[in-house]
Each structure stands twice: as structure tokens, then as C-alpha cells.
Design a protein around this ligand. Structure first.
Ligand code: UD1
Length: 303
């Protein structure tokens, strides 16, 4: 049985990975417990409270065959307030994991980057070779992590691959967190029959991808050696306006309330949509969860 270390295994992506992989591999989670909505983990999963920046974390890396590195400082806003903290986690923390992996015999290292590396899109849909000019320290630190991963592949032959998720959603995103995504905020309001707040005119677009499709893509990466040394967009290839999203959520949650329009959020990008041709071609990736199905999952969890 393969041994997989999932850093950030209590977080949004990590916790769903644990659920999907725990009966196929021996899973160890390395997490600092900083942000989790998880109450329990499946039996047999080994949980280590630790920090990716700590050099002693290397000891856990070498006991595994595969590393899925999801632990990170994930907030764009927090990165603007404290760029050093962001870089310590996302740059040094990633480098610490890579360096430990280089010294161990690792058959795959998967890194979770972000569509934030692109900055303001120059064209849509966004391909992986679109210029990367991040607008936040978070975008820079994620890009830097990617560059280290790719360099470790070229220079040291470490089998690394990276994904750039667009807007991930799941019921495990905490709506109380001021940095959480628009879907959990809208659902939180709709459940309370309150108006969702739309920033700007609501005509901005986003490519929302279910965490289950992100997990599927990571599983495909684990099985594919041709993916090594590559970066893949992780989106659905389709986008929707924020107005359409708000109306869909109000409808699903039977909330008959008007939308509350507020001024545009400074620094917001207008449109975003992934081009996933590369992931389709190399990984055979196809997103399976439609936005409506993904939103209904939130409702099911409340029932
Ligand atoms: C997302 C990512 C971010 C990443 C960026 C890359 C999330 C939570 N954030 O930011 O990490 O760097 O993509 O491009 O996935 N909105 C409202 N009302 C709300 C909340 C948001 O109208 O209550 C609007 C925002 O103004 C924005 C859109 O919804 O236009 C999406 O916002 P959000 O979910 O925060 O994600 P991004 O800004 O796209």
C-alpha cells in the first residue's frame, strides 16, 4: 500500500483528499490546525500537528512515497496585510517540503497553486502559458512555489506537478471566515432568508469548480507520469456571472429576497475562466460536478 503525506489535510482540499484516498493508501496528515471545519477524520488516518516551515517536518516526508502539498496561507487579503507571513508559509514552507522530498525517495509531489498567479487576465479562457503577473503577495508566493517545484523536477528529477485551481467551493469552506468565497457567503445569507451582497454590478464572471473535481484531478496526477514537470489549470472551462450565481442560490434555498448591491471590491478582476485543454489531453480530466449539483450538496448537508 502506498504511503501518502497530505499537508494541510484538515483544510478544504486536503480533507476531501483524505476522504477519497484513505481506503486506497496509508494516509498521514500534517496540519497546524489553523483553519479547519473538520470534526473527525476517517479511522486509520495518522494526524500530526506540525508546521510545514519546521525543518523537523522533513522526518515525516521521508516515511512516505507521495506528498500532496495543500498546506498554505490561503488568503489574498491576509497576504496584503502581512506579505512576510504569506511568503514564510507559501515560499519557505513549500521549499522545506521539496527539500525534504529531494532527500527521500518520493514518487510524486503534487503542489496546489492558484489562478491568482495570472493577475488580471489579458484573454479568456486563460491557458497555462498566459502571462503570470500576480496582483497580490499571495499570487507571487504561489507562483514562487510552482517555480521551485518545476525547478526541482528539472534540476533534481523530483516528480513534481502543480495545479492552478480557479474558484474552488465546498460545504467545508467556513462562511464565517471573512476570506471565504462568494458561494459560502451567498449560501449563508440564503439559509437565513437574507439578501446576498453583490459587489459591483454582478456582471463579473468566475469559473467555479467543485472540490470533488479538484480531488479527481489530483488522483489523475498521481497515476500519470507524463504529468511530471507540468502545471495544469484546474477549472471547469465554463464561467457564470455573480448575478446568475446569486439567483441560482436564492432559488435552490427558496429565499425570496432581493440582491443587495454594494460598491465594487477594489482590486477585483472582471472576468475569469480557465482553459482546461491541457488537463483533458494529458490527464484525461473531465469535470463531473455541475454547479447546480455542487450547490445542492450544500443543501443536502443541511437537511
Ligand atoms: C478567487 C480566490 C482567490 C484567488 C483568486 C484568483 C476564493 C475564495 N478566492 O478570488 O484565492 O486569488 O480567485 O483569481 O476562491 N463577491 C460578491 N459578494 C460576496 C463575495 C464576493 O459579490 O459576498 C464577488 C467578488 O466581488 C468577486 C466574486 O464574487 O467578483 C468572487 O469573489 P471570491 O469568491 O471572493 O473569489 P475571487 O475574488 O474570484
Amino acid at each position: 500500500m502506498k504511503k501518502i503525506l497530505i499537508t494541510g489535510g484538515l483544510g478544504q482540499v486536503g480533507s476531501y483528499l483524505v476522504d477519497a484516498l484513505h481506503d486506497k493508501a496509508k494516509i498521514t496528515v500534517l496540519d497546524n490546525f489553523s483553519s479547519t471545519t473538520r470534526e473527525s477524520v476517517p479511522e486509520g488516518v495518522n494526524i500530526i500537528k506540525g508546521d510545514i516551515r519546521d525543518r523537523t517536518a522533513a522526518a515525516f516526508v521521508k516515511k512516505n512515497n507521495i506528498i500532496i502539498h495543500t498546506a498554505a496561507q490561503i488568503s489574498v487579503t491576509a497576504s496584503m496585510e502581512d506579505p512576510l507571513f504569506d511568503a514564510q508559509n507559501n515560499v519557505f514552507g513549500t521549499l522545506n517540503m521539496l527539500e525534504a522530498a529531494r532527500k527521500a525517495s518520493i514518487s510524486k509531489f503534487v503542489y496546489i497553486s492558484s489562478a491568482a498567479v495570472y493577475g488580471n487576465p489579458l484573454y479568456i479562457p486563460i491557458t497555462e502559458d498566459h502571462p503570470q503577473d500576480p496582483l497580490s503577495p499571495y499570487g507571487v508566493s504561489k507562483l514562487s512555489g510552482e517555480k521551485y517545484c518545476m525547478m526541482y523536477h528539472r534540476a533534481f528529477g523530483l516528480p513534481t506537478c502543480c495545479i492552478r485551481p480557479f474558484n474552488i467551493y465546498s460545504p467545508r469552506q467556513n462562511p464565517e471566515n471573512p476570506y471565504s468565497g462568494v458561494i459560502s457567503r451567498f449560501i449563508d445569507k440564503a439559509k437565513a432568508k437574507q439578501s446576498p451582497v453583490v459587489f459591483g454590478d454582478g456582471n463579473q464572471t468566475r469559473d467555479f469548480i467543485s472540490v470533488h473535481d479538484i480531488v479527481n484531478m489530483i488522483i489523475l496526477l498521481l497515476e500519470n507520469e507524463d504529468a511530471n514537470g507540468h502545471v495544469f489549470n484546474a477549472g471547469t472551462g465554463k464561467s457564470i456571472t455573480i448575478n446568475e450565481l446569486a439567483n441560482m442560490i436564492l432559488n435552490i434555498f427558496d429565499a425570496d429576497v432581493p440582491i443587495n448591491y454594494m460598491p465594487e471590491r477594489p482590486g477585483d478582476i472582471k472576468n475569469s475562466c480557465s482553459d482546461i485543454t491541457k488537463a483533458k489531453k494529458i490527464l484525461g480530466f473531465e469535470p463531473k460536478v455541475s454547479l447546480r449539483e455542487g450547490l445542492l450538496e450544500f443543501k443536502k448537508q443541511l437537511a
